[in-house]
Ligand binder design. Structure first.
Ligand SMILES: NC(=O)c1ccc[n+]([C@@H]2O[C@H](COP(=O)([O-])OP(=O)(O)OC[C@H]3O[C@@H](n4cnc5c(N)ncnc54)[C@H](OP(=O)(O)O)[C@@H]3O)[C@@H](O)[C@H]2O)c1
Length: 275
């Protein structure tokens, strides 16, 4: 039996959806029967993503938008509304792990501003843009944070975790602010996920360390992160608001995540000897 998420015929927006987790989320939403609007900064990549979504049978709107720019974010929301006549769910997926250079000890003001804009401002503008069209009829907003919010990476990405933690707390305060209008706000914290970028940039040693710190002993697939996001968009999660959900295969939860694998292997070896 499948669970009806109540998304058929609704309108869903995903920001930063020309690739990675955002595109996977848009695909899942199309498959649930939602009309979908996406954006990212690069017009060519947006057009390519729209084609992919249309091939799945979706009614899709795409636009090149920088979600760090206040007016562009609000214009995008208005364009989606003009096109579809309603907005029911909105996923603030824009974010990037911007790092300081190899030998740099300090963040420059310019880099700090960029990280703040892409990780935090984009989510604030997204929430506010969505609320303009949801306040009369309700809706669901999902902010994409990171496992790094709870378990930050130290070093070149020092500021990513703290700003993603701010996205979790933003989700909580916005959930309270919008509650009387029937607008829910939740947050998803992905762990290490195999996007095109990560697949191309992770060496085998790093991958082994990631897997060994993860109870499920592997990285996530984009659709495995997308589905919980879509669940929070739909009415299967109608009584959930202000929550942050980790989707990480159990990464960074214990000091010996590999225990059961080692035990299982030990028992199997013993049984094989006794056989
Ligand atoms: N992948 C992971 O392992 C992982 C883990 C934890 C959290 N996350 C979070 O999950 C989200 C998605 O990550 P991802 O790995 O799927 O990212 P990704 O593959 O790098 O894709 C990011 C998307 O956002 C768009 N984008 C970036 N800046 C934008 C802006 N200012 N305005 C509009 N669009 C913008 C990009 O397109 P353009 O460049 O064309 O704008 C692209 O479509 C992010 O918030 C990230 O922090 C990811």
């Amino acid at each position: 039996m499948t669970m009806d998420l109540g998304l058929k015929g609704t309108v869903a927006v995903v920001t930063g959806a020309s690739m990675g987790i955002g595109l996977a989320t848009a695909k899942e939403l199309v498959q649930e029967g939602a009309r979908v609007a996406i954006c990212s900064r690069d017009a060519g990549r947006v057009a390519a993503a729209v084609r992919q979504l249309e091939e799945l049978g979706g009614q899709v709107y795409g636009e090149a938008v920088d979600m760090c720019d206040e007016q562009s974010a609000y214009r995008f929301a208005q364009n989606v509304y003009d096109r579809f006549g309603q907005i029911d769910s909105w996923v603030n997926n824009v974010g990037a792990q911007l790092t300081k250079g190899e030998d740099e000890e300090e963040y420059s003001d310019a880099l700090l501003e960029r990280i703040y804009a892409v990780c935090f401002k984009s989510a604030v503008f997204g929430c506010q843009a969505a609320f303009r069209y949801m306040k009369d009829r309700g809706g669901s907003i999902v902010n994409i944070s990171s496992l790094g919010a709870r378990c930050p990476t130290i070093g070149k990405a020092t500021l990513y975790g703290p700003l993603k933690a701010a996205v979790c707390r933003l989700s909580l305060t916005m959930a309270g602010e919008y509650a009387a209008y029937g607008v829910r706000v939740n947050c998803v914290m992905p762990g290490y996920t195999m996007t095109e970028f990560n697949s191309a940039h992770t060496d085998s040693q790093t991958m082994r360390a990631i897997c060994e710190g993860t109870m499920m002993n592997r990285p996530g697939r984009v659709e495995e992160v997308a589905r919980p996001i879509v669940f929070l968009c739909g009415n299967g999660s109608a009584f959930i608001t202000g929550e942050s959900l980790e989707v990480s295969g159990g990464r960074g939860l214990t000091l010996n995540a590999m225990f059961s694998y080692e035990e299982k292997a030990r028992k199997e070896k013993k049984e094989a000897i006794l056989r």
